[in-house]
Write a protein that binds this ligand. Structure first.
Ligand code: TXA
Ligand code: MG
Length: 341
């Protein structure tokens, strides 16, 4: 398959948007920019088109997809009963990096929800994403546009590396501003439950809703027999080819530990860290700037592979607060390998 490259010089560029929308309406697969990461989109109401997403990504069939809409008013079409808390959340955080899970309406094919009776809805803030959904005239199912298990793409070029020849088109709308995927919040229970930390923080959610539980899978490896609320948290994820190891401790201990390790190593450090010049070093933002860390993280993991690093030692971020999203992604990239030094 020849993958079409569709540049969007500005979000008002109607012709390019219409070209991509037409592919989507015909059941095609199109990678689209969003403010979090690039998504691999298909018509969410077309089970056949959605099946192609799983095939192109090599995604496990039991991992449900997020459905993207272009207006809050569309939410009620896709849920069985609109939860009033969802409207509050939409007013506060949409368009933006928040995904809300409710009971699904019958029009959502089972393949989208991987057989669950719930649906995850998001209204993205990226103007190109919104324009595309509106032009397609259908909601778009879209996981991150990486091959399953790889770091999520934050540029169209990342998508090309993973998906060239496997999908119909890639829409280039520039860099993703947030850099990690949306916050996923379930409203299925009485108390809202955070399933995946992201661009909207736990603190922001609690300010609006009162108590919000954090699912146990967020900051740790889920136990084999634990109930699975978020299928996506089960898998090794976000991982470069390099082996990733998180090291918790100050810079001096970190460098001391890394020095003792065999050849082929590299480090993922904070902007301020003084690192010996002989050690291959990639930086992912300021030590006290979690938003910057999020923006740079996935590109940094891909860079580790481009530089042929075999084992990547990472200066671990805080395990809570605004750093939770970055920590959650790194912990999975590391397949839960974390060492206190
Ligand atoms: O920022 C994002 O959310 C990006 C952009 C493209 O919008 N999308 C994204 O999709 O990250 P994906 O498929 O990589 O991650 C979706 C997550 C998975 O962890 C999945 O298990 C969870 O959302 N999810 C989707 N529907 C669900 C449902 N009904 N119940 C529980 N978890 C659900
Ligand atoms: Mg993903």
């Amino acid at each position: 398959m020849n993958t079409l490259w569709i540049p969007i010089p500005d979000p008002g560029c109607k012709q390019a948007i219409e070209q991509a929308a037409a592919l989507l309406r015909r059941g095609g697969l199109v990678a689209i920019p969003t403010e979090t990461v690039y998504g691999l989109a298909a018509n969410a109401l077309d089970a056949h088109a959605v099946a192609q997403i799983f095939a192109a990504k090599g995604r496990p069939q039991d991992n449900p997809l997020i459905v993207h809409i272009s207006e809050t008013a569309q939410m009620e079409r896709y849920v069985r009963r609109l939860d009033p808390r969802a409207l509050l959340l939409a007013q506060a955080f949409w368009p933006g990096p928040l995904t809300i899970i409710q009971q699904k309406a019958a029009c959502i094919p089972d393949i989208v929800s991987a057989g669950l009776d719930s649906v995850a809805l998001r209204l993205p803030a990226h103007p190109v994403a919104r324009a595309l959904i509106a032009a397609a005239g259908v909601p778009l199912a879209a996981p991150s546009a990486n091959r399953s298990g790889r770091p999520s793409p934050t540029t169209a070029e990342h998508v090309r590396k993973d998906m060239d020849g496997r999908i119909d088109a890639i829409v280039d709308g520039g860099k993703s501003e947030v850099g990690v995927e949306s916050t996923v919040l379930s409203l299925l229970g009485e108390t809202p439950r955070l399933l995946r930390p992201g661009g909207v923080s736990h603190r922001q959610l609690e300010q609006l809703l009162g108590q919000v539980e954090i699912d146990s899978a967020v900051g740790a490896k889920p136990a084999e027999d634990a109930p699975v609320h978020s299928p996506g948290m089960k898998y090794r994820h976000y991982a470069p080819k390099a082996t990733v190891i998180l090291l918790r401790g100050d810079l001096e201990r970190f460098l001391h530990y890394v020095k003792e390790q065999p050849e082929g190593k590299g480090v993922l450090c904070f902007a301020e860290d003084a690192v010996p010049p002989e050690l291959p070093c990639i930086r992912y933002g300021g030590i006290a700037r979690p938003e910057e860390q999020a923006r740079l993280l996935f590109a940094a993991l891909r860079e580790a592979d481009d530089r042929g690093i075999q084992t990547l030692f990472v200066r671990a971020p805080e395990q809570s607060g605004d750093s939770l999203a970055v920590y959650n992604r790194l912990l999975r990239a590391a397949a839960f390998r974390e060492v206190t030094v």
